[in-house]
Design a protein around this ligand. Structure first.
Ligand code: NDP
Length: 503
């Protein structure tokens, strides 16, 4: 039985032409230019977007600024903001299939996976709604009889929210509801490759009664107007998810006006497995971690660090499970791995595989294009004999490629795990609690999974160390991240004069 699912032609699909949400109205770009998105899995045009200019970005920022400085949003009761966020969650739920369809055709990821991403997003909007009402500051009643100290939590202001193409709806949902819960206003810029679901969210926000200017959404190329979003003096904070390279430049520009930044960047996440682990569970997680979202995932767990005594056994089992992975039509509910985002990215993945071979790695499985009649599909790929110094062992491939490295002793496993510039996530597999704790505490990563991989819930913070990022999303502090503190130092009674105290 073939595990490749031939895509069906998107017959009769009329690509929508999206406008941008600026100052409460759907608007065209000032230049009148648009761009088209080709579905990576089907090769047909599935969306036309406005190509925003610097002038559009400035209008969007001005609108968010006005809404923050003079509008009702930051001033209303948290209970009202919470009610609004719940309403948005309900609307997302009512439009679950529609949103999933948009993300699927634009990003090439499997529909069943996107549906669960949307369910995750709904849960996050509800979680943010609950946090909106629990934001509070501090008070100090122990500073002496003349002083009362109060530390207020205020919304930070206008936030530029910049998101990547690989989890379009999920990632905007990890940022926007928390910014809104805090009372901020925002300019949102989705990736030029997958803007549809974020623009659609704009309509849901309006339907839910969002006041004018609180959220502005612009589409187009980050290279054209991104510097305005990260550098304009009227923006107070940048919340960015994307590559480490673009994140670093964004931070440098934001530094000129001393903006707060939150950065969710790349990863090269190790899964370390010991001989006493539940190998069946590990093999399943290795295949999932390597091929989920076609490996186009900051959290991909594709760097397997396997004890040398089990490396052969584990490699065989991963190869045999990999052969069963259903690759193909993103719209088919059976599909587990969809299309690669663009032909250019496909070439990048292929060049990593070619480079690995030149450096001495072996392709134990896959490594080639799957010809499914249309779209860009890559076979699940396993690289063996990978050494820590090879490029594929420490750079993000962002494709369905698993690299297998081996170790002899625990400290070596940790050294290999920590030998990249990244530190997003990691996992450890063993039945021995001491081994799990030693690895968990020694590995430099924002999240460590123990005997599992890529589980998540809004309660648990997510983010990276080293060049994987700065700050955390989700978790109970996520609303606080979009605030600034203000100290009120209150004097009670007659103040002691400077002259008296100097006498
Ligand atoms: P990019 O860094 O290329 O783009 C991210 C966003 O930044 C896009 O919206 C992009 O716009 C925009 N952008 C581009 N240039 C600028 C600029 N000069 N100023 C401001 N914004 C700009 O990343 P990708 O979209 O390629 O996403 C893949 C990367 O994202 C991977 O490295 C991955 O690891 C990382 N990622 C990290 C996650 C995490 O939580 N840690 C989660 C998901 C992905 P445009 O599309 O128009 O170029």
């Amino acid at each position: 039985m073939s595990h490749y699912i031939t895509p069906k032609i998107l017959a009769g699909y009329v690509a929508p032409e999206y406008m941008m949400l600026i100052d409460g109205a759907w608007q065209k770009s000032q230049s009148g230019e648009t761009s088209s998105r080709l579905a990576p899995g089907h090769g047909t045009i599935v969306g036309r977007y406005q190509s925003a200019t610097v002038a559009d970005a400035k209008l969007a920022i001005a609108s968010a600024r006005k809404a923050f400085d003079h509008g009702p949003w930051p001033r209303m009761k948290a209970a009202e903001r919470s009610k609004f966020l719940h309403k948005v969650a309900d609307l997302i739920e009512q439009n679950r299939e529609k949103i999933a369809h948009l993300d699927t055709i634009e990003s090439g990821k499997p529909i069943q996976q996107v549906l669960s991403e949307i369910d995750g997003a709904i849960d996050i909007w509800r979680y943010a709604a609950s946090l909106a009402r629990t934001l509070y500051g501090e008070s100090y009643n122990n500073l002496g009889e003349h002083t009362l100290g109060i530390v207020l939590r205020e919304p930070i202001g206008v936030v530029s929210i910049i998101t990547p193409w690989n989890f379009p709806f999920l990632i905007v949902s990890q940022k926007l509801p928390f910014a809104l819960a805090a009372g901020c206003t925002a300019v949102v810029k989705p990736s030029e490759l997958s803007s549809g679901s974020t623009l659609f969210l704009g309509q849901l926000l309006l339907d839910a009664g969002l006041p004018t200017g609180v959220v502005n959404i612009i589409s187009g190329k980050g290279a054209v107007f991104g510097d305005v979003l990260t550098g304009d003096a009227d923006v107070d904070m940048i919340s960015f998810t994307g590559s480490t390279g673009v994140g670093c430049s964004a931070m440098a520009i934001a530094a000129r006006t001393m903006k707060k930044v939150s950065m969710e960047l790349g990863g090269k996440n190790p899964q370390i497995v010991f001989p006493d682990a539940d190998l069946e569970a590990f093999v399943d997680a290795a295949v999932f971690g390597g091929y989920f979202n076609a490996g186009e995932c900051c959290n991909a767990g594709s760097r397997l660090i396997v004890h040398e005594s089990i490396v052969e056994n584990v490699t065989d089992r991963i190869a045999s499970l990999s052969k069963r992975v259903r690759v193909g039509d993103p719209l088919n509910p059976e599909t587990q791995v969809g299309a690669i985002i663009t032909p250019l990215h496909f070439e990048k993945i292929s060049s990593y595989i070619a480079g690995a071979k030149e450096e001495g790695a072996e392709v134990a499985l896959g490594g080639e294009r799957l010809d499914l009649g249309m779209g860009d599909y890559m076979a699940p790929t396993i690289l063996t004999n990978v050494k820590p110094e090879m490029k594929v062992a420490h750079e993000e491939i962002f494709g369905p490629v698993i690299s297998i490295l081996k170790f002899e002793i625990k400290t070596e496993a940790l050294d290999i795990a920590n030998s990249t510039q990244f530190g997003l996530s990691a996992s450890v597999w063993s039945k021995d609690i001491d081994t799990c704790l030693e690895i968990s505490r020694g590995v430099r990563a924002g999240t460590v999974w123990v005997n599992t991989f890529m589980d998540g819930t809004p309660e648990l913070p997510f983010g990276g160390v080293k060049q994987s990022g700065l700050g955390r999303e989700l978790g109970r502090h996520s609303v606080e991240d979009y605030t600034e503190s203000k100290t009120l130092n209150i004097h009670q009674g007659a103040r002691t004069s400077w002259w008296v105290s100097n006498a």
